[in-house]
Design a protein around this ligand. Structure first.
Ligand code: ACO
Length: 405
């Protein structure tokens, strides 16, 4: 029988920190209100050159290092995000390219704050079924670019960052033992990014109404979260054959300290066995659980064979839980790190070479429809008005500027 073990983890947080006091200079709020109602003290905000892909790549490299795995060994890359680089191509494709993961399938997964646990479940199932041996699951978000910085009821809640885990097939029991995925689309309007998809394309009017930013009914989402966390956690523990007393670490999505504390109370799990870092990062959506896992592991709060339960919930509405037995790790050697770095540089060179080659091919031969006839090149029929090539750089310009402190 095959098991899907977590063998590597990593995180990336942007350097810039925005405190509650910084926010109080932008909107009508206070450090006291934010702390008391959410538990948040500060959050990290992406700099201009940082994007969901760049943060995902940094977290992924750290996770691969811990696992002692190279990009070329990956079979599957899943990026859970509500803030992808573009609607397409997927952010996962930028990650695949940067890691030189030439054998991997790569796709984005949209399940808002439950996205990481959804991704973990999908990747673990692929490993158990034998269609992948090694998978990378990332949660990465640049929420600061879709927040309405004039709306105090949402802008104080969110932060940017990324976390990643490596999953590997092993014969010995352990790893991801049970998962649970759920959704309730009847609550879709409670938490959404209304515009920017195919239903409401971006227009000047849409931008004026700020429909390209997060809209949330906080009270309803709070009620929903409090209801589903307990139920999902109990169900996933039951599937794994565990009781709450046996759980060594409970890692809930970091959305609100009050939600976490009330869930822990109703599950009878003391706060010493609950991981909380919302104080420093705010709600990083799909990134919150993998960031928490990486921090818990680095702090020695996750030891081999520990029983870990994680639960995510968010827009959709979606919620998901996983019961994971923590795995024994090998120690990656120093030379392995150096080797990996060379591998990423090689992947970057190869990617550039491929782009240049495509450009040269295009110049020399054109496509079937645009091949030069009598030495004269026809207009591109797909983009008749395009003067310049589309910007495909992963570090695309932000949709809106983050306020300066
Ligand atoms: N500063 C000061 N006052 C504020 C602020 C603020 N930042 N925000 C709201 N208020 C005011 C409101 O205007 C309201 O004033 P009023 O009574 O005069 O109308 C008052 O505070 C209370 O507002 P509530 O919305 O009832 O505050 P609540 O205690 O519910 O806290 C919060 C709001 C923190 C948003 C909470 O509802 C919450 O955490 N909800 C869950 C959010 C969540 O979990 N999201 C997860 C998914 S995220 C994702 O999927 C991307």
């Amino acid at each position: 029988m095959r098991y899907a073990h977590i063998t590597g983890w990593g995180k990336y947080l942007p350097q810039r920190v925005m405190t509650n006091d910084d926010l109080a200079r932008i909107v009508e709020t206070s450090d006291a209100w934010i702390r008391e109602r959410t538990g948040i003290v500060e959050r990290h905000i992406a700099g201009e050159s940082e994007t969901t892909a760049s943060m995902a790549i940094a977290a992924a490299m750290e996770a691969l290092n811990v696992a002692g795995v190279s990009g070329g060994q990956l079979d599957l890359i899943v990026v859970a995000t509500a803030t992808p680089e573009h609607i397409f191509p997927s952010t996962a494709c930028f990650v695949q390219d940067a890691l030189g993961a030439d054998r991997a399938g790569a796709f984005d997964l949209s399940a808002a704050c439950a996205g990481f646990v959804y991704g973990l479940s999908v990747a673990a199932d692929a490993i158990k079924a034998g269609s992948a041996d090694t998978a990378l699951v990332i949660g990465a978000e640049t929420l600061s670019r879709i927040v309405n910085w004039d709306d105090r009821s949402t802008c104080v809640l969110f932060g940017d960052g990324a976390g990643a885990v490596v999953l590997q097939a092993r014969d010995q029991p352990g790893g991801v033992l049970s998962t649970l995925l759920r959704a309730d689309g009847s609550g879709s309007e409670l938490l959404m990014l209304p515009a920017g998809g195919s239903k409401i394309p971006i227009t000047p009017q849409v931008l004026e109404q700020r429909l390209n930013t997060i809209k949330m009914n906080g009270r309803e989402v709070y009620r929903f979260a409090s209801r589903v966390i307990e139920r999902a956690t109990r169900e996933v523990m039951h599937k794994a054959g565990w009781t709450a007393e046996q759980v060594d670490l409970f890692v809930p999505h970091q959305a609100n300290l009050r939600i976490i504390e009330s869930a822990a109370r109703s599950l009878n799990i003391p706060m010493e066995r609950v991981f909380c870092n919302i104080q420093h990062y705010g709600n990083t959506s799909a990134a919150s659980i993998p960031i928490a896992l990486a921090e818990a592991a680095a702090a020695g709060r996750l030891r081999p064979n520990d029983r870990v339960v994680m639960v995510g919930f968010g827009g959709g509405l979606t919620w998901a839980a996983a019961a994971v037995q923590w795995s024994e790790l090998g120690t990656p050697s120093r030379s392995r790190r150096v080797f990996s770095r060379i591998g990423y540089q090689w992947a970057s060179l190869r990617s550039r070479a491929r782009r240049v080659l495509r450009h040269v091919e295009d110049r020399l031969f054109g496509t079937a429809d645009t091949a030069p006839q009598n030495g004269k090149r026809e207009k591109d029929p797909v983009r008749p008005h395009a003067e310049r090539p589309l910007e495909t750089n992963s570090a695309a310009q932000p949709a809106q500027k983050t306020p300066e402190r």
